[in-house]
Each structure stands twice: as C-alpha cells, then as structure tokens.
Design a protein around this ligand. Structure first.
Ligand SMILES: NC(=O)c1ccc[n+]([C@@H]2O[C@H](COP(=O)([O-])OP(=O)(O)OC[C@H]3O[C@@H](n4cnc5c(N)ncnc54)[C@H](O)[C@@H]3O)[C@@H](O)[C@H]2O)c1
Length: 429
C-alpha cells in the first residue's frame, strides 16, 4: 500500500520505518525544515536507537509538501499535541493536518489518527473536514528509547472507527499482527487487534498513561512512607513485584515522572473528566503527588548545599535511553535550584545542548559537570551512572554530597567513596 505519514517525530517515523520495512511504500511529510533535512541525511534528530538506519534501508521518503498525500491509500496523522497554557491538549497541528488531508486525499482514503487526541476529536474530523474519508483512531503506545521494538512488537493494536475500515486497516498491519514475515526473519506473537469506537480508542490511550503515571506516584508515596516509618522501600516494593496483579514494572521510586506524554496526557485526562462533570479524584492526587515529589527532592538539595553553591547534575533527558528533554524532571529540578540561587552544570549521555534553557549549563563529560561542584545530583536513570567510578568522582567534586534522585547507587558504595549519600528513600550515613 502507499502510505503517507504527516509528522516525522517519534510516532511518525517509527510507524513509517516499520510499515516500510513490512513492504509498504511510505512517504513522510515534515514541515520543520531542520528535522526534514536531518532525516534526509540519515541523521536521527531524536536519538532513537536503530531508527535512522531502518528509515534509510527501507527507503522512506521525506518531503516538505503535503501534495504527496494525493497518492496515498492510507494517511497517518502523527503530529504533536502539546499542552496549551492551561495544560490542555492543543490540537491545532491535528486540525491543520486535517485541512491538508481534506485538500489532497482521494475519496475513501483511510486516515489513521496516531496522535494522542481528546475524546471526540476523530468523530469531529469524520463529520467535518474529513467526511469524504474514513477516519480511524489508532493510538500509539510506544516507549521512547524503544520505539522500533514497540512498533514491530506491540502488546496490542487499538483502533476505533467505522467497521468497514477494519479490512484495510488489518491489511496495512498484517505482518505486525501475524508476527511473521518481519524484516530480518524476526518473529513475534500474534498481536490482538482491539476494534472499538473512536471515542473508546481515544480514551484507551489516556487511560493507559493515566494508570501508569498513577502507579508511579503511588510507588513514590510508598517509598516516601517507608523512609518515614523506618522501613526499607526496595524490600517493600520488591515484594509487591511478585504479585501478578501488580507486576514487576514501574515499581522503582524516583524524583517524579515526566516526558512528552505522562504530564500532558494526565492533564488531558483530567480535562476530559472535568468537561464531563466527573471528579477524577485519584488522577488529581497522582498529578499533585508528582509535583510534590520533585519539590521534596529539590528542597533536600537546597537545605544542604551552601547558598550560591553549584550542583553537578547527572542526567537531563526525562528518562534513560532517549534524548528527549520535554517536561523532563531533571530540567524542572535545574530550574528550581537555579531559582534558589544555585548554579547547575549538567552532563547527559544523549543531550549535548538544550536550546533556550538558561538555568542549566550542559557539559561534555561527567567530570566536566561535577568538577568543583558542591554536590552531585542524579536526575536521570542512565545505567552508566549506576556504575560510575565514585572514588574518581569524589576526587573532582568540592563538596561530598551525593543526591540520588533515581535510587541508582548503593548507599554503602557512595559512603565508601567518601560521599554523604542522600536519596528519596534513605541516607547513607
Ligand atoms: N513521543 C512518544 O513517546 C509518544 C508515544 C505515544 C503517542 N505519542 C503522541 O503522538 C503524537 C506525536 O508525538 P511525537 O512525540 O512523535 O511528536 P513530535 O513533536 O516529536 O513530532 C511531531 C512532528 O509533526 C510535525 N508536524 C506538525 N504539523 C505538521 C504538518 N501539518 N505537516 C507536516 N509535519 C507536521 C512537527 O514539525 C514535528 O516534527 C502526540 O500526540 C503524542 O502525544 C507520542
């Protein structure tokens, strides 16, 4: 099939790469010229492992012009839906993409909305600008840093729209659904296709992210409480992992969740509930807890570090395995510390510069970031930080405080290296 993808971000390019690798003829339309030129050169602007190579190998085209949509059997909408000033999803990019699609697409073209959009958006497009076409909500569940893996081997494919669209939809994803004939001879399990109404599919995406964020906030509450009552958080959380109803994932405490999805999707879910007159009390509490978690960690640093001191921060990305700093707790921490008069110098293995961020100076190595610092703060759970040579680190820092916002380091090894260790769940001295 001929597929046109509007928006060459994480979702657009991973969908494009996987569908092209499955034999479809794929073109990506991208309006940001810097991004477009980098993809054209085979140079990944997102830092997503394996993605640029697969896009080149599977011959995905990148174009600035939406006219190529006229050739497509399927158009995928993968544009951004960032939060607006009030934290609600801004769907201007989706509406603008719909206008372009309406202008160029042939009758009956299948339009898959992979962007995360408020409930009712697909119905509105179907009954408005895209009435000639068939609109299906097809939310994406990939994790940044594992985008290709998740696109080839999804746990489930969620889709909502007119039943007559299901045949073409399943033909598009046939190899992925069957888990066979995948590139390189890879095989996967058969993937369930969960066909529902567009509204249900839209809400299913927010429900998944809302639940995961709530799980993390609950885990952080348990970790804080364990510390307060003299219990060991890792023993408590470790015991929960054995319950299959809870599962072992998302049980690690930290300084809070962030990224381009959880903060905006939880706010959007709250707005959906508000708009329907429903008081989603658990979700509100999860969001509030997340703000407090960061404040709690920042306050501990501010209390201990001398005024006008410097903090060497390890990590800037919102999580390990990605270069994405959107709504990163590390950046929020840097801003907060800077607002209290502290200087922040930071290193991240995937981030070499951040545009328009005066509150943090990015340095090229761990040593450069921590040299002469009064304290070190671990803000992203990069595995390399867990195995850092702490003695060598202590030789370059001025102060002896190590704040572990991701509970990565063993307190005893930090103390043995000469640090006073502080984490959200315990002290090392
Ligand atoms: N990033 C993730 O991990 C993830 C996971 C699941 C769902 N989502 C959702 O998917 C959507 C896209 O997310 P993303 O992270 O890939 O976004 P992104 O901001 O990285 O990419 C979107 C791209 O669309 C381009 N664009 C916008 N309007 C355009 C137009 N009319 N024509 C051509 N290009 C256009 C932008 O320039 C940008 O490059 C969002 O709704 C997001 O919530 C993201």
């Amino acid at each position: 099939m001929r597929v046109s993808v509007v928006g060459a971000g994480y979702v657009g390019t991973s969908s494009a790469a996987v569908l092209a690798a499955c034999g479809h003829d794929v073109t990506c339309v991208e309006q940001n010229d810097t991004r477009l030129q980098r993809w054209r050169r085979g140079d990944d602007p997102l830092g997503e492992p394996g993605l640029a190579e697969l896009l080149v190998r599977s011959k995905v085209n990148f174009v600035p012009d939406p006219r190529s949509i006229a050739l497509a059997d399927v158009v995928i909408v993968a544009v951004g839906t960032p939060p607006d000033d009030r934290g609600r999803p801004d769907i201007t990019q989706v509406d603008a993409a719909a206008v372009e699609i309406a202008e160029y697409a042939r009758d009956d073209t299948l339009v898959l909305v992979r962007s995360t959009v408020p409930v009712g958006t697909c119905d509105r497009l179907q009954n408005g600008p895209l009435r000639r076409l068939r609109v299906v909500s097809n939310p994406e569940f990939l994790r940044e840093g594992r985008a290709l893996h998740d696109a080839f081997f999804p746990d489930r494919i969620v889709a909502g729209g007119p039943p007559e669209a299901q045949g073409v939809f399943e033909e598009l994803y046939r190899r992925i659904i069957e888990g066979r004939d995948l590139p390189g001879g890879a095989r996967g399990e058969r993937v369930p296709v969960l066909w529902m109404s567009a509204r249900s599919a839209e809400l299913a995406k927010y429900a998944a992210n809302g639940f995961l964020a709530t799980k993390l906030s609950f885990v952080n509450e348990i970790a804080n409480l364990a510390f307060t009552v003299g219990a060991d958080a890792s023993s408590v959380l470790g015991s929960m992992a054995f319950d299959p109803r809870i599962g072992p994932q998302y049980l690690h405490p930290g300084l809070g969740w962030g990224g381009s999805c959880f903060p905006k999707d939880t706010r959007a879910l709250e707005a959906i509930a508000d708009g329907a007159g429903y008081d989603f009390v658990v979700l509100r509490a999860a969001i509030e807890q997340n703000t407090r978690q960061l404040t709690r960690f920042a306050a501990a640093i501010e209390l201990a570090v001398p005024s006008r001191g410097r903090v060497g921060m390890l990590g800037l990305a919102f999580k390990a395995g990605t270069a994405d700093v959107r709504a990163s707790p590390a950046i929020a921490l840097a801003r907060r510390l800077s607002s209290r008069g502290l200087t922040v110098t930071a290193f991240d293995p995937a981030v070499s510069a951040i545009a328009d961020e005066p509150d943090v100076q990015v340095r090229p190595t761990v040593v450069d970031a921590c040299d002469g610092a009064d304290a070190v703060a671990i803000a992203t759970e990069w595995p390399e930080f867990a195995t850092i040579d702490l003695r060598a680190l202590r030789r370059v820092t001025r102060g002896d405080l190590l704040f572990d916002g991701r509970c990565l380091i063993s307190p005893s090894s930090a103390v043995a290296a000469g640090f006073r260790y502080r984490s959200l769940v315990g002290f090392g001295d």
